[in-house]
Design a protein around this ligand. Structure first.
Ligand SMILES: Cc1ncc(COP(=O)(O)O)c(C=O)c1O
Length: 368
Protein backbone atom coordinates (compact mmCIF):
# COMPACT_ATOMS: atom_id res chain seq x y z
CA UNK A 1 0.00 0.00 0.00
CA UNK A 2 1.16 3.53 -0.70
CA UNK A 3 -0.93 6.52 0.25
CA UNK A 4 0.91 9.62 -1.00
CA UNK A 5 0.86 12.78 1.06
CA UNK A 6 -0.32 14.73 -1.99
CA UNK A 7 -1.64 13.58 -5.36
CA UNK A 8 -2.67 16.59 -7.50
CA UNK A 9 -2.84 14.43 -10.64
CA UNK A 10 -5.92 12.70 -9.25
CA UNK A 11 -7.96 15.90 -9.42
CA UNK A 12 -6.97 16.28 -13.05
CA UNK A 13 -8.31 12.77 -13.73
CA UNK A 14 -11.64 13.61 -12.06
CA UNK A 15 -12.06 16.90 -13.95
CA UNK A 16 -10.26 15.71 -17.12
CA UNK A 17 -13.10 16.44 -19.57
CA UNK A 18 -13.66 20.00 -18.33
CA UNK A 19 -9.95 20.80 -17.96
CA UNK A 20 -8.98 19.39 -21.37
CA UNK A 21 -11.73 21.42 -23.04
CA UNK A 22 -10.65 24.60 -21.21
CA UNK A 23 -6.98 24.12 -22.18
CA UNK A 24 -7.81 23.28 -25.80
CA UNK A 25 -9.89 26.41 -26.08
CA UNK A 26 -6.94 28.56 -24.91
CA UNK A 27 -4.57 26.78 -27.30
CA UNK A 28 -6.95 27.35 -30.20
CA UNK A 29 -7.48 31.00 -29.30
CA UNK A 30 -3.83 31.84 -29.92
CA UNK A 31 -3.89 34.27 -26.94
CA UNK A 32 -1.74 33.03 -24.05
CA UNK A 33 -1.22 35.90 -21.59
CA UNK A 34 -3.35 38.75 -20.22
CA UNK A 35 -6.45 37.66 -22.10
CA UNK A 36 -10.09 36.84 -21.53
CA UNK A 37 -9.57 33.77 -19.35
CA UNK A 38 -7.43 35.73 -16.92
CA UNK A 39 -9.82 38.70 -16.82
CA UNK A 40 -12.81 36.38 -16.30
CA UNK A 41 -11.08 34.36 -13.60
CA UNK A 42 -10.20 37.59 -11.81
CA UNK A 43 -13.87 38.64 -11.86
CA UNK A 44 -15.12 35.21 -10.81
CA UNK A 45 -12.62 34.79 -7.98
CA UNK A 46 -13.24 38.32 -6.67
CA UNK A 47 -17.00 37.64 -6.69
CA UNK A 48 -16.50 34.25 -5.02
CA UNK A 49 -14.49 35.86 -2.20
CA UNK A 50 -16.80 38.89 -1.98
CA UNK A 51 -14.27 41.59 -2.88
CA UNK A 52 -14.11 44.24 -5.58
CA UNK A 53 -10.72 43.46 -7.16
CA UNK A 54 -8.57 40.44 -7.95
CA UNK A 55 -5.17 40.88 -9.59
CA UNK A 56 -3.61 37.61 -10.72
CA UNK A 57 0.14 37.08 -10.35
CA UNK A 58 2.79 34.46 -11.00
CA UNK A 59 2.91 33.04 -7.45
CA UNK A 60 1.81 33.41 -3.85
CA UNK A 61 5.27 34.67 -2.96
CA UNK A 62 4.90 37.50 -5.49
CA UNK A 63 1.47 38.22 -3.99
CA UNK A 64 2.97 38.60 -0.50
CA UNK A 65 5.87 40.72 -1.71
CA UNK A 66 3.62 43.02 -3.74
CA UNK A 67 1.16 43.25 -0.84
CA UNK A 68 4.01 44.50 1.35
CA UNK A 69 5.05 47.00 -1.34
CA UNK A 70 1.39 48.04 -1.72
CA UNK A 71 1.20 48.88 1.98
CA UNK A 72 4.35 51.01 1.65
CA UNK A 73 6.66 48.61 3.43
CA UNK A 74 10.25 49.72 2.98
CA UNK A 75 13.64 48.78 4.38
CA UNK A 76 13.41 49.06 8.14
CA UNK A 77 9.60 48.74 8.27
CA UNK A 78 8.38 46.14 10.74
CA UNK A 79 5.97 43.40 9.65
CA UNK A 80 4.22 41.37 12.34
CA UNK A 81 3.78 37.66 11.57
CA UNK A 82 3.32 34.33 13.35
CA UNK A 83 6.57 32.42 13.90
CA UNK A 84 5.13 29.13 12.58
CA UNK A 85 3.72 30.40 9.25
CA UNK A 86 6.08 28.43 7.01
CA UNK A 87 8.54 31.15 6.04
CA UNK A 88 6.57 32.78 3.22
CA UNK A 89 6.04 36.14 4.90
CA UNK A 90 9.67 36.07 5.98
CA UNK A 91 10.81 35.61 2.34
CA UNK A 92 8.60 38.51 1.25
CA UNK A 93 10.01 40.73 4.03
CA UNK A 94 13.50 39.75 2.91
CA UNK A 95 12.73 40.84 -0.67
CA UNK A 96 11.44 44.20 0.53
CA UNK A 97 14.08 44.72 3.23
CA UNK A 98 11.46 44.81 5.99
CA UNK A 99 12.04 43.43 9.48
CA UNK A 100 9.84 40.45 10.38
CA UNK A 101 8.51 40.58 13.94
CA UNK A 102 7.60 37.13 15.22
CA UNK A 103 4.78 36.59 17.70
CA UNK A 104 3.39 33.45 19.30
CA UNK A 105 0.29 31.42 18.41
CA UNK A 106 -3.02 30.66 20.10
CA UNK A 107 -3.34 27.24 21.74
CA UNK A 108 -6.58 26.16 20.01
CA UNK A 109 -5.93 26.31 16.27
CA UNK A 110 -2.23 27.32 16.40
CA UNK A 111 -2.83 30.58 14.55
CA UNK A 112 -1.33 34.02 15.28
CA UNK A 113 -2.05 35.16 18.85
CA UNK A 114 -3.90 38.38 18.03
CA UNK A 115 -3.29 40.04 21.40
CA UNK A 116 0.42 39.31 21.07
CA UNK A 117 0.39 40.83 17.57
CA UNK A 118 -1.15 44.07 18.82
CA UNK A 119 1.24 44.17 21.78
CA UNK A 120 4.22 43.81 19.39
CA UNK A 121 3.41 46.98 17.44
CA UNK A 122 5.80 49.91 17.39
CA UNK A 123 5.97 53.17 15.47
CA UNK A 124 7.79 51.25 12.72
CA UNK A 125 5.00 48.68 12.21
CA UNK A 126 3.98 48.85 8.53
CA UNK A 127 1.41 46.03 8.54
CA UNK A 128 0.32 42.76 10.13
CA UNK A 129 0.31 39.60 7.98
CA UNK A 130 -2.28 37.10 9.18
CA UNK A 131 -1.78 33.62 7.71
CA UNK A 132 -4.87 31.38 7.73
CA UNK A 133 -2.61 28.43 8.41
CA UNK A 134 -3.59 24.79 7.67
CA UNK A 135 -6.94 26.07 6.31
CA UNK A 136 -8.26 27.66 9.54
CA UNK A 137 -9.76 31.13 9.17
CA UNK A 138 -8.26 33.58 11.65
CA UNK A 139 -10.71 36.06 13.17
CA UNK A 140 -9.46 39.14 11.30
CA UNK A 141 -12.46 41.31 12.33
CA UNK A 142 -11.44 40.67 15.94
CA UNK A 143 -7.90 41.81 15.11
CA UNK A 144 -9.39 45.00 13.63
CA UNK A 145 -11.28 45.63 16.86
CA UNK A 146 -8.11 45.10 18.90
CA UNK A 147 -6.23 47.53 16.63
CA UNK A 148 -8.98 50.10 17.06
CA UNK A 149 -8.91 49.70 20.84
CA UNK A 150 -5.14 50.25 20.72
CA UNK A 151 -5.58 53.41 18.63
CA UNK A 152 -3.84 51.79 15.65
CA UNK A 153 -6.75 51.23 13.28
CA UNK A 154 -4.77 52.61 10.32
CA UNK A 155 -2.26 49.72 10.40
CA UNK A 156 -3.06 47.61 7.30
CA UNK A 157 -3.84 43.91 7.64
CA UNK A 158 -2.67 41.54 4.93
CA UNK A 159 -4.31 38.12 4.86
CA UNK A 160 -2.23 35.21 3.60
CA UNK A 161 -4.97 32.92 2.25
CA UNK A 162 -2.66 30.47 0.43
CA UNK A 163 -3.92 27.60 2.59
CA UNK A 164 -7.54 28.63 3.05
CA UNK A 165 -9.30 29.24 -0.30
CA UNK A 166 -13.02 29.33 0.37
CA UNK A 167 -13.02 29.29 4.20
CA UNK A 168 -15.95 31.22 5.68
CA UNK A 169 -16.01 33.13 8.98
CA UNK A 170 -18.90 35.32 10.18
CA UNK A 171 -20.61 34.60 6.83
CA UNK A 172 -17.70 35.96 4.77
CA UNK A 173 -14.92 34.28 2.81
CA UNK A 174 -11.31 34.72 3.85
CA UNK A 175 -9.70 37.24 1.56
CA UNK A 176 -12.51 39.73 2.18
CA UNK A 177 -11.36 40.86 5.65
CA UNK A 178 -7.92 42.36 5.14
CA UNK A 179 -6.76 45.47 3.30
CA UNK A 180 -5.07 43.07 0.90
CA UNK A 181 -5.29 39.28 0.63
CA UNK A 182 -2.62 37.07 -0.94
CA UNK A 183 -3.40 33.71 -2.56
CA UNK A 184 -1.20 30.97 -4.03
CA UNK A 185 -2.49 28.52 -6.65
CA UNK A 186 0.41 26.09 -6.24
CA UNK A 187 -0.84 22.67 -7.46
CA UNK A 188 -1.49 21.16 -3.99
CA UNK A 189 -3.47 24.14 -2.70
CA UNK A 190 -7.23 23.79 -2.19
CA UNK A 191 -7.56 25.77 -5.42
CA UNK A 192 -4.49 24.62 -7.33
CA UNK A 193 -3.31 25.33 -10.87
CA UNK A 194 -1.27 22.96 -13.06
CA UNK A 195 1.81 25.04 -12.28
CA UNK A 196 2.53 28.22 -10.38
CA UNK A 197 0.07 31.02 -9.83
CA UNK A 198 -1.07 33.61 -7.32
CA UNK A 199 -3.37 36.57 -6.78
CA UNK A 200 -3.96 39.63 -4.64
CA UNK A 201 -7.48 40.62 -3.64
CA UNK A 202 -8.64 43.95 -2.27
CA UNK A 203 -11.58 46.35 -2.16
CA UNK A 204 -9.52 49.51 -2.59
CA UNK A 205 -9.13 50.57 -6.23
CA UNK A 206 -5.87 52.39 -5.47
CA UNK A 207 -4.26 49.25 -4.11
CA UNK A 208 -5.50 47.32 -7.14
CA UNK A 209 -4.04 49.92 -9.55
CA UNK A 210 -0.70 49.89 -7.81
CA UNK A 211 -0.52 46.08 -7.85
CA UNK A 212 -1.45 46.05 -11.57
CA UNK A 213 1.45 48.43 -12.22
CA UNK A 214 3.89 46.42 -10.10
CA UNK A 215 2.98 43.16 -11.84
CA UNK A 216 3.95 44.59 -15.23
CA UNK A 217 7.27 46.49 -15.09
CA UNK A 218 5.82 49.42 -13.11
CA UNK A 219 3.98 50.58 -16.21
CA UNK A 220 1.13 53.05 -15.77
CA UNK A 221 0.31 52.36 -19.38
CA UNK A 222 2.17 50.57 -22.17
CA UNK A 223 5.92 51.38 -22.10
CA UNK A 224 5.56 54.13 -19.45
CA UNK A 225 7.24 53.10 -16.20
CA UNK A 226 6.39 55.23 -13.20
CA UNK A 227 6.17 52.80 -10.28
CA UNK A 228 9.46 51.48 -8.84
CA UNK A 229 9.99 47.77 -8.15
CA UNK A 230 7.84 46.61 -11.06
CA UNK A 231 8.52 43.20 -12.56
CA UNK A 232 6.86 40.59 -14.73
CA UNK A 233 4.43 38.55 -12.59
CA UNK A 234 1.65 37.04 -14.70
CA UNK A 235 -0.72 34.11 -14.43
CA UNK A 236 -1.03 32.63 -17.93
CA UNK A 237 -4.27 31.98 -19.81
CA UNK A 238 -4.03 28.20 -19.50
CA UNK A 239 -3.73 28.37 -15.71
CA UNK A 240 -6.57 30.89 -15.51
CA UNK A 241 -8.81 28.62 -17.60
CA UNK A 242 -7.96 25.62 -15.37
CA UNK A 243 -8.61 27.64 -12.22
CA UNK A 244 -12.01 28.71 -13.56
CA UNK A 245 -12.95 25.04 -13.90
CA UNK A 246 -11.67 24.14 -10.44
CA UNK A 247 -13.30 27.14 -8.75
CA UNK A 248 -16.70 25.70 -9.70
CA UNK A 249 -15.89 22.61 -7.61
CA UNK A 250 -14.02 24.24 -4.72
CA UNK A 251 -16.75 24.18 -2.05
CA UNK A 252 -17.50 20.51 -2.77
CA UNK A 253 -13.82 19.56 -2.58
CA UNK A 254 -13.30 21.56 0.62
CA UNK A 255 -16.26 19.78 2.22
CA UNK A 256 -14.73 16.41 1.40
CA UNK A 257 -11.36 17.46 2.90
CA UNK A 258 -13.02 18.41 6.19
CA UNK A 259 -14.98 15.13 6.25
CA UNK A 260 -11.68 13.26 5.94
CA UNK A 261 -10.14 15.25 8.81
CA UNK A 262 -13.23 14.58 10.93
CA UNK A 263 -12.98 10.85 10.23
CA UNK A 264 -9.33 10.84 11.39
CA UNK A 265 -10.24 12.92 14.44
CA UNK A 266 -12.95 10.47 15.49
CA UNK A 267 -10.68 7.46 14.89
CA UNK A 268 -7.94 8.97 17.05
CA UNK A 269 -10.28 10.49 19.68
CA UNK A 270 -8.79 10.88 23.13
CA UNK A 271 -5.38 9.61 22.06
CA UNK A 272 -4.03 11.93 19.43
CA UNK A 273 -5.06 15.55 18.99
CA UNK A 274 -6.28 16.32 15.46
CA UNK A 275 -7.19 19.92 14.71
CA UNK A 276 -10.57 20.41 13.09
CA UNK A 277 -13.73 22.47 12.98
CA UNK A 278 -16.88 21.92 10.96
CA UNK A 279 -18.49 25.37 10.80
CA UNK A 280 -17.04 26.37 7.43
CA UNK A 281 -14.12 28.26 8.99
CA UNK A 282 -11.81 25.34 8.18
CA UNK A 283 -11.19 23.97 4.69
CA UNK A 284 -8.90 21.04 5.51
CA UNK A 285 -5.84 22.23 3.62
CA UNK A 286 -3.75 20.18 6.02
CA UNK A 287 -4.76 17.59 8.56
CA UNK A 288 -2.57 18.55 11.48
CA UNK A 289 -2.03 16.17 14.39
CA UNK A 290 -0.22 16.72 17.68
CA UNK A 291 1.56 14.08 19.72
CA UNK A 292 4.45 13.81 22.19
CA UNK A 293 5.24 10.57 20.38
CA UNK A 294 5.27 12.24 16.94
CA UNK A 295 8.42 10.70 15.46
CA UNK A 296 7.50 7.17 16.50
CA UNK A 297 3.95 7.51 15.13
CA UNK A 298 5.26 8.87 11.83
CA UNK A 299 7.62 5.92 11.51
CA UNK A 300 4.79 3.44 12.12
CA UNK A 301 2.58 5.15 9.53
CA UNK A 302 5.40 5.20 6.98
CA UNK A 303 6.00 1.48 7.60
CA UNK A 304 2.47 0.70 6.40
CA UNK A 305 2.79 3.06 3.41
CA UNK A 306 1.06 6.16 4.76
CA UNK A 307 3.14 9.23 3.95
CA UNK A 308 3.21 12.06 6.47
CA UNK A 309 4.95 15.41 6.70
CA UNK A 310 5.63 18.22 9.19
CA UNK A 311 4.23 21.73 8.77
CA UNK A 312 6.59 23.14 9.68
CA UNK A 313 9.71 21.57 11.17
CA UNK A 314 11.58 24.85 11.76
CA UNK A 315 10.14 28.11 13.07
CA UNK A 316 10.89 31.11 10.85
CA UNK A 317 13.23 32.84 13.34
CA UNK A 318 15.21 29.60 13.76
CA UNK A 319 16.05 29.23 10.05
CA UNK A 320 19.73 29.57 9.13
CA UNK A 321 19.04 32.60 6.91
CA UNK A 322 17.80 34.53 9.93
CA UNK A 323 21.39 34.76 11.19
CA UNK A 324 21.89 37.25 8.35
CA UNK A 325 18.50 38.98 8.43
CA UNK A 326 17.39 41.58 10.94
CA UNK A 327 14.34 40.35 12.82
CA UNK A 328 12.59 40.70 16.15
CA UNK A 329 11.44 37.71 18.15
CA UNK A 330 8.87 37.93 20.93
CA UNK A 331 8.00 35.20 23.45
CA UNK A 332 7.38 32.02 21.42
CA UNK A 333 6.60 29.44 24.12
CA UNK A 334 3.66 27.80 22.29
CA UNK A 335 5.32 27.92 18.88
CA UNK A 336 8.41 26.17 20.24
CA UNK A 337 6.27 23.54 21.96
CA UNK A 338 4.33 22.96 18.71
CA UNK A 339 7.39 22.36 16.55
CA UNK A 340 8.26 19.25 18.57
CA UNK A 341 4.78 17.69 18.40
CA UNK A 342 3.16 18.64 15.08
CA UNK A 343 2.77 16.45 11.98
CA UNK A 344 0.38 16.19 9.03
CA UNK A 345 -1.63 13.28 7.60
CA UNK A 346 -2.68 12.85 3.94
CA UNK A 347 -5.74 15.01 3.34
CA UNK A 348 -7.09 15.83 -0.12
CA UNK A 349 -10.49 15.52 -1.68
CA UNK A 350 -9.40 12.73 -4.06
CA UNK A 351 -8.36 10.35 -1.28
CA UNK A 352 -10.52 7.25 -1.77
CA UNK A 353 -12.89 6.02 0.95
CA UNK A 354 -10.71 2.91 1.20
CA UNK A 355 -7.56 4.98 1.78
CA UNK A 356 -9.34 7.14 4.33
CA UNK A 357 -10.57 4.04 6.18
CA UNK A 358 -7.10 2.48 6.12
CA UNK A 359 -5.65 5.62 7.70
CA UNK A 360 -8.44 5.66 10.33
CA UNK A 361 -7.85 2.01 11.20
CA UNK A 362 -4.10 2.49 11.38
CA UNK A 363 -4.51 5.53 13.61
CA UNK A 364 -6.85 3.77 16.03
CA UNK A 365 -4.54 0.74 16.19
CA UNK A 366 -1.39 2.79 16.57
CA UNK A 367 -2.55 4.90 19.39
CA UNK A 368 -5.20 2.60 20.92
C1 LIG B 1 0.81 30.10 3.66
C2 LIG B 1 1.55 30.25 2.37
N1 LIG B 1 1.88 31.47 1.93
C3 LIG B 1 2.54 31.66 0.77
C4 LIG B 1 2.92 30.60 -0.02
C5 LIG B 1 3.75 30.86 -1.24
O1 LIG B 1 3.08 30.54 -2.41
P1 LIG B 1 3.88 30.13 -3.75
O2 LIG B 1 4.50 28.80 -3.52
O3 LIG B 1 2.81 30.12 -4.80
O4 LIG B 1 4.89 31.20 -4.00
C6 LIG B 1 2.56 29.30 0.39
C7 LIG B 1 2.89 28.10 -0.36
O5 LIG B 1 3.38 27.62 -1.09
C8 LIG B 1 1.87 29.13 1.61
O6 LIG B 1 1.51 27.91 2.05
Amino acid sequence: MNIPFNAPGRQYQILKGEIDRAIASVLESGWYLLGEETATFEQEFAAFCGVAHCVTLASGTDALELALRGTRCRPGSEVITAANAGGYTTYACNLVGATPVYVDIDPKFLQMDLEAAVAAMTERTACIVVTHLYGFAVDVPRLRRLLEAAGRSSVPIIEDCAQAHGAILHGRRVGSFGDLAAFSFYPTKNLGALGDGGALLCNDGEYANKIRQLKQYGWVCKYRSETPFGRNSRLDEIQAAVLRVKLRHLDRFNKRRVEIVEAYREAAEGKLTILSRTDGAFVGHLCVALSDDRDHIRERLEEVGIQTDIHYPILDPDQQIMKKITHITHRLVRSRELVKRVFSLPCYSELSDGERDTICETLSRLVG
